[in-house]
Design a protein around this ligand. Structure first.
Ligand code: ADP
Length: 221
């Protein structure tokens, strides 16, 4: 059976909201693109299922377009923090199950959490951190923060570990981290065995405390 299409709405078609909208639409989802600026709406007609001009702080207008029936709404109103907060409030009062909001700063973040935003994102600072991580270490390919303390990091195997097995590395005992998977070229090994050989250039997917992963990256790789 075909996977059920999810219904999305994206509010605010600036650089961030615009790219979220285009990506969802290109992936085959139904997307309602909303902005209060008419030019933005015209620009997005061909990048969304529907594009509408609405001031999303206007509760009645939001009711009229049936925004409460959407499963997932992204609020990407940039500079106007007041409009972003009001829009989020309207959406949560209408019981939209999942509301993700772009925050401008930490105060904005706190308020959004208090009024029920399901996820608050900081695309600029997140991207900055990601780039800094990659610049600071050639071994780090990508990472996901699981919490303030724990991450999953993709690390590039250096010649130091070339032709070694997971037993040789003994990372769990030495560093307290776990190698979840290994990738060589396009081939993904999602349950690496203790005697699987690592080649230089392989990607290792490592989970653990950030400090332990750093230690493994510095000393073990
Ligand atoms: P970015 O930093 O991601 O480029 P912008 O601040 O440039 O974000 O864009 C935010 C978008 O949100 C703009 O296109 C703006 O017209 C839209 N917007 C702002 N306030 C409202 C509102 N009350 N209702 C709907 N759209 C809004």
């Amino acid at each position: 059976m075909a996977k059920k299409k999810k219904q999305f709405a994206v509010i605010g078609l600036g650089r961030f909201g615009g790219s979220v909208c285009k990506e969802l639409y290109q992936r085959g989802h139904e997307v309602l693109a909303i902005d209060k600026d008419e030019d933005k709406v015209s620009e997005y007609v061909s990048y969304a299922t529907h594009a509408m001009q609405v001031d999303t702080t206007d509760e009645n207008a939001m009711k009229q377009i049936g925004i409460g029936n959407f499963e997932h709404v992204v609020v990407a109103i940039g500079d106007n923090i007041q409009a972003s907060i009001l829009t989020t409030l309207v959406l949560k009062e209408m019981n939209v199950p999942t509301v993700w909001v772009k925050a401008q700063n930490n105060y904005h973040h706190k308020v959004l959490e208090k009024i029920g935003a399901d996820l608050v994102v900081h695309p600029e600072s997140d991207m900055g951190r990601r780039i800094a991580h990659n610049m600071a270490s050639e071994k780090v390919i990508d990472f996901i923060d699981l919490s303030d303390e724990y991450s999953i990091v993709e690390l590039r195997a250096t010649d130091k570990v070339n032709q070694k097995t997971l037993v040789d590395l003994n990372v769990r005992a030495k560093y307290g981290v776990t190698i979840l998977a290994m990738k060589r070229g396009e081939e993904m090994n999602i349950s690496p065995m203790p005697d699987d050989l690592i080649h230089q250039g392989d990607m290792l997917v490592v989970m653990g405390h950030k400090l332990d992963i750093n230690r493994f990256e510095d000393e073990g790789l």
